[in-house]
Each structure stands twice: as C-alpha cells, then as structure tokens.
Design a protein around this ligand. Sequence first.
Ligand SMILES: C[S@@+](CC[C@H](N)C(=O)[O-])C[C@H]1O[C@@H](n2cnc3c(N)ncnc32)[C@H](O)[C@@H]1O
Length: 255
Amino acid sequence: MDETLAAYEGVAHRYDELNARMDTAALVDRFVEAAERYGSGGRRLLDAGCGTGRSSLAFRERGFDVTGYDLSPAMVEQARHRPGANGTRFLVGSLQQPPPGLTGFDVVACVDVPMTYLTSTDDLHRALAAARRQLADGGLLLFDLNTIGYYRRTFAAPMVADRGDRYVTWFALSAPVEPDATVVTQFDLFERDGTTWNRLSMRHVQHHHSDRTLRRTAEAAGLRVLAAHGLVGTSLRNPPDEDAHDRILYVVGAR
Ligand SMILES: C[S@@+](CC[C@H](N)C(=O)[O-])C[C@H]1O[C@@H](n2cnc3c(N)ncnc32)[C@H](O)[C@@H]1O
C-alpha cells in the first residue's frame, strides 16, 4: 500500500483528536480571503484532500457549496459521519486521479498540505492538470505547501514529548532537506494501557516543491500563479519567505 494511504488509513479514527491543535478554521479563513480577493465570487468549492472533513465543513459554514474527496477511504468515512456533514458529498480519490465527473468548480482548495504528499514533479503535474479540468472559467486553485525552512527547522532534531502515559516521537529519516527533495518522517505514539503500551506509527513521505518548479509545472498544466503569501501558523506574511515562513499559500488561476 502507498505509504501516505497507509499513514492516514491507520490514524483516521483518531486524526481529529491527535491533530486538535491545528486551527483549521483559521487556515480556511485565509483561503476564503484569497478566494474573495482573486476569485469570481462563485461558491462551488471542491475540497481536494478533505481528510475527515474539517476543512470542508469550515468552508460550508462560510457559505460554500462543498464537495470533498480524499485518498484515504477511512478519512472519508470519518468525514461522512462528521456532525453537520449531512448534504456534503464526500468521495474517495487521489489528487492525481480524482473521482470522475468533478467539473465546473469556482474554487478547488487543498487545505493543510495535501499537495506535499505528491513526491515527484510528474505527480504534481498530474494533480495540477486535474485541478485545471475541475475548474470553471475564472476559477481558482488554492493550496498551501511547506517551506524548506519549515522542514529544516522542524526535523533538525528529533522531537520527543513525554506526558507520562503518552510518549510521542517525531523525526526525519531522510537526509538534510534540499530544494525539490523528498522528506521522510516517522511519527510514533506510545500510550499506556494498563501494564502494557500501545503503539501507533506513521511514516510521512512528503516533498518540498520549490517556487520555481511549482510555477513551471502550473504553466505546463494550463494554470498561472496569481499570488503567493507566506504563512506563519495561520497568519499571512508578505512577501513569502522560503526560509523564515512555515508555509506558502498559492493562489492559482486558469490560463
Ligand atoms: C493534513 S490532512 C488535511 C485534511 C483536511 N484538508 C483538513 O484541513 O483537515 C492531509 C490529507 O491529504 C490527504 N492526501 C494526501 N495525499 C493525497 C493525494 N495524493 N490525493 C488525495 N488526498 C491526499 C490525506 O489522506 C489527508 O487526509
């Protein structure tokens, strides 16, 4: 099984709890502001890499008519059972090979770095070309990518959190991060269960897509980068800085 699929299949039932510190609502606000500034004002939104539906429902609360899809059937199952999900369509498919028939969207959004799991420029191209086909004329593709600074800062040394009955480690398995390189990290959660410990392990295979590669690949897929903003946490910074900021929010339009 693909490592990303395996990672999210294994954690889906606990994803929201383990990722509780991520302020998805605030991140979605940055996406919505970009859609309002650069988009057509249309409200049909495709949440690509929707996970357990947190981003999807945040968009819905902000007035969008949302369809979501994700690589992981278990994440999609969580999304379908999410309180308030009634009426939102959740499908299974990858960014590179999405579910068929998804066209005419005013916004395609990939929130909280689904695109970083595309580990080659070919896959990035497939995903961008698919998004181009999903967009209506004048539509916008919005996504965030980790910066090289984020990878270097976060995985320069192993991270360990010892909370007594819960012990977490997270560290890089790959060499120091270079532009356009793949970054492999290992996450392990040990939890005490009576006299024994349970272990939940995940391997994340992510990629740094440099600004240059991203722009060139977008052009080849019939898209154009309209704006790029730095993100520190969920606060926007301008201009974007690959070393200082955590992520870059890309605003991309159909050519
Ligand atoms: C960090 S989660 C974010 C989920 C959701 N957008 C949110 O904000 O809560 C990243 C999601 O991207 C999905 N993903 C990773 N690679 C993917 C791919 N190639 N195609 C579709 N989804 C993918 C994972 O399954 C996971 O659910």
